[in-house]
Design a protein around this ligand. Structure first.
Ligand SMILES: *Cc1c(COP(=O)(O)O)cnc(C)c1O
Length: 331
């Protein structure tokens, strides 16, 4: 049933597949077979996981004749930056509603939002931002424009399809290298990445790969609810009968490490460790926390010796230069 994804409208933003790389030194240190899916390596505006969702979101928007995108996110949001870039590439206008946590100065993602010429509005919290997006869409419609509102994180049923397609891409790369994965581990926030991976595995009939979401901001229960809902909505969109419950979703919330968008000493230690062992750069608010979780899961024997593990590098590179003073403290 996976083929149904490829019948959906899709606006190509990047060259796929992204690289899948073996981390030889870390594999040796951790006694596992560790691979990293390099979704931080993409040609659109420094890349990241949001691009995969946006290919399907733009496909939907363009099919509906929309000419302006509206979305929301925090000052650190990779989703907001990449929505702006995707809009520009497709020749569309773009409005961004930014919410706290705020950042100082024009650095990292907010610098790029400005560079991309997005029209920026502000709201005090997510609810206020959602209201503002609705009102803005109504105003634009009155002026004869065709707005398309994207939920925070690109977490819509259409957005879920991005990582459902990626599930196939990852398995193809692994099987070609004769590797049978046990775990796919990644940072989870809005839940759309995890929902896509879970949906993709279900559609492929693969039930021996565990998708582990490392929460970077919320309690596991809330994230599981959201992920399960997105899996089921994505399945309905494709007219397939996949159905999951929150208990079927694996989300761990023991690696918040100061919460979003804090950077603790432990986070910087992981960034240094991975950079110095592999030359691989992690971002401080998503991928470093997910890698901290992965390493802990190996140490506490949740992930068994010699198993094949895929870590998804979901991006976030600009945040390095937005949280640089916190990183510097622990260098
Ligand atoms: C948004 C984001 C995530 C979380 O992805 P969701 O699909 O929102 O769960 C992980 N890593 C990075 C770098 C992100 O920008």
């Amino acid at each position: 049933m996976i083929w149904k994804i490829f019948a959906q409208p899709r606006y190509r933003l990047i060259t796929l597949p992204t690289p899948l790389e073996k981390l030889r030194n870390l594999s040796k240190e951790l006694n596992i077979d560790l691979y990293v899916k390099r979704d931080d390596v993409m040609e659109l505006a420094l890349g990241g996981n949001k691009v995969r969702k946006l290919e399907f979101i733009l496909g939907d928007a363009l099919t509906k004749g929309c000419d302006v995108l509206i979305t929301r996110g925090s000052f650190y949001s990779n989703h907001v930056r990449l929505t702006a870039a995707a809009a520009r590439k497709a020749g569309l206008d773009v409005f961004l509603v930014l919410t706290p946590p705020k950042s100082h100065g024009l650095q990292g993602n907010v610098l790029l939002d400005e560079l991309l010429g997005a029209k920026i509005l502000h709201a005090e919290d997510r609810e206020e931002a959602d209201d503002l997006m609705r009102k803005l869409a109504e105003e634009l419609e009155k002026k004869g424009r065709r707005p398309y509102v994207i939920p925070g994180g690109g977490a819509s049923p259409v957005g879920v399809l991005g990582y459902a397609a990626a599930a196939l891409e990852i398995l193809q790369q692994l099987y070609a290298a004769n590797v049978k994965p046990k775990y796919i581990i990644h940072a989870t926030g809005s839940g759309a990445t995890q929902a896509g991976l879970v949906l993709g595995m279900k559609l492929l009939g693969v039930d021996d790969v565990e998708v582990v979401g490392i929460s970077i901001s919320e309690k596991a229960g809330e994230v599981k609810e959201r992920v399960a809902k997105l899996v089921n909505e994505g399945a309905r969109l494709l007219k397939t009968n996949v159905e999951v419950a929150p208990e079927d979703i694996v989300v761990l919330d023991s690696y918040l490490l100061g919460g979003y968008p804090e950077v603790t000493e432990d986070v910087v230690e992981v960034m240094k460790y991975v950079a110095r062992k592999e030359g691989l750069i992690l971002d401080p608010v998503y991928t470093a926390k997910a890698m901290y979780g992965l390493i802990d899961l190996v140490r506490n024997n949740y992930v068994k010796e010699n198993t094949a593990v895929v870590f998804i590098h979901t991006g976030g590179t600009p945040i390095l230069f937005q949280q640089n003073t916190l990183i510097e403290k622990y260098l």
